[in-house]
Design a protein around this ligand. Sequence first.
Ligand SMILES: Nc1ncnc2c1ncn2[C@@H]1O[C@H](COP(=O)(O)OP(=O)(O)OP(=O)(O)O)[C@@H](O)[C@H]1O
Ligand SMILES: [Mg+2]
Length: 224
Amino acid sequence: MIRLDKIQKKYDLGDTEVAALHEVSFEITAGEFVAIMGPSGSGKSTLMNIIGILDNATGGTYYLEDYDITALPDKEQARIRNTHFGFIFQSFNLFPELSAMENVMLPMSYAGVAYNERKKRAAELLDQVGLSHRMSHLPTMLSGGEQQRVAIARALSNKPNLILADEPTGNLPTDKGQEVLDILTDLHKQGTTIVMVTHNDAQGEMAQRVINIRDGLLASEVRR
Ligand SMILES: Nc1ncnc2c1ncn2[C@@H]1O[C@H](COP(=O)(O)OP(=O)(O)OP(=O)(O)O)[C@@H](O)[C@H]1O
Ligand SMILES: [Mg+2]
């Protein structure tokens, strides 16, 4: 499904350059649950941003299904991003002025889904994450765990094949983090591919494969 071939990322800071990834190569098969682990600053989020086409590599080739992502124009990259990926971030990244329902509806409006269908699906997804009683709440009226569940519902709105979760439990207490992990585990059982960055060894053990990143390099891989 995904193949990274010698992916590099250099951030150009004018007079200096930060080499965040050096020739990282690996594959992810459809249906896998992969954890990405490594110290702070090792390049995990950089890698996730490239996989999710939120950012472009500065070297190497990224294949997603039959597409060479690195060779595609921005517009085509955006289309693939919106149709293939669901994103879950550590800091939830909800729009503060939109209700839970409106946040979940938003990606569907980018994808051209009709209003009534958006509303129906958003209600179903919020129900699925246990928030049918909080649909009209603004993010500030929700707990952290509830906000992250809205973000998961939003990530699922366009029926993605692949969920990218960058420390999805990083800002949650253990019990609320477990709720988020349970939802991700269920999605994986239903066939969704999951790539999750985590600092937590126990969470890494839930994945079928752990990719360890150190200093922008793939340091080791563990398969279960
Ligand atoms: N936009 C940017 N401009 C310049 N340097 C950056 C940028 N984003 C990240 N970096 C640098 O690239 C390196 C990798 O950063 P990245 O965010 O990928 O690390 P990480 O593994 O996700 O760390 P953490 O566990 O703290 O989230 C770091 O040295 C960081 O300072
Ligand atoms: Mg990070």
